[in-house]
Design a protein around this ligand. Structure first.
Ligand code: GDP
Length: 194
């Protein structure tokens, strides 16, 4: 798949705004600041692509990037955005839950986590949801440039233990150093083809 051809299509506020022609999509989820936008920008080699998701007013929306005909990358709202009032947090949760529970074309979930914080509450929740729904999961431990080899291996082992028995994979990733991009692309390819 040519991820460099990714093109922003829509910020969906509601389930009915999600592209109707999608037959296969892969969603990226993560806590705010985990490095999700940077990972998407690195994968697509488009420095500004996921900036859409950071535009004020759009942080709560589900952003769709078209990769090929009827195939999409989906940037889910970052969890734990501190400046959001409580009512919006509820909305956010409803949207995310609706998307995850109802969206038929969803083929896999990429959970983006800071390699230094494996795992926080939101991540645990997403892992359990993927387990319960038997959705393939790929965990991206980002900012791996912040740790030495030993620390990276410890984080990988810890993450792998938590997803034991699941259809899940784990990798280290650095947007800063562009490390792990091929591994991520290969994983996504396997989902898009399937
Ligand atoms: P998001 O909120 O999950 O979309 O996170 P961002 O992609 O905006 O990244 C949050 C912060 O982490 C920014 O200051 C980034 O520059 C930094 N960051 C993201 N990825 C990396 C990485 O691979 N290495 C390092 N050192 N910093 C990163």
């Amino acid at each position: 798949m040519n991820y460099q051809s990714a093109e922003f299509i829509i910020s969906a506020a509601k389930l009915k705004d999600c592209p109707a022609d999608s037959v296969c999509e892969v969603a990226f989820a993560g806590r705010s600041n985990a490095g999700k936008s940077s990972a998407i920008n690195t994968l697509t080699r488009q420095g500004q692509l996921a900036r859409t998701s950071k535009t004020p007013g759009r942080t709560q929306l589900i952003n769709f990037f078209q990769i090929a005909e009827q195939q999409y990358l989906v940037d889910l709202p970052g969890y734990g955005y501190a400046k959001v009032p409580m009512k919006m947090k509820n909305n956010w949760q409803i949207h995310l839950e609706q998307y995850l529970n109802v969206r038929e074309p969803l083929a896999g979930l990429v959970l983006v986590t800071d390699i230094r914080h494996v795992f926080k509450e939101f991540d645990q929740m997403m892992i359990e949801w993927a387990r319960a729904n038997e959705l393939p999961l790929h965990i991206l431990l980002t900012k791996s440039d912040k740790l030495k080899r030993g620390g990276i291996n410890d984080a990988l082992s810890k993450a792998r233990r938590q997803v034991e028995g699941m259809d899940a994979s784990v990798q280290a990733f650095s947007s800063l150093k562009r490390q792990g991009v091929d591994v991520l692309a290969n994983k996504l390819d396997s989902w898009f083809v399937a």
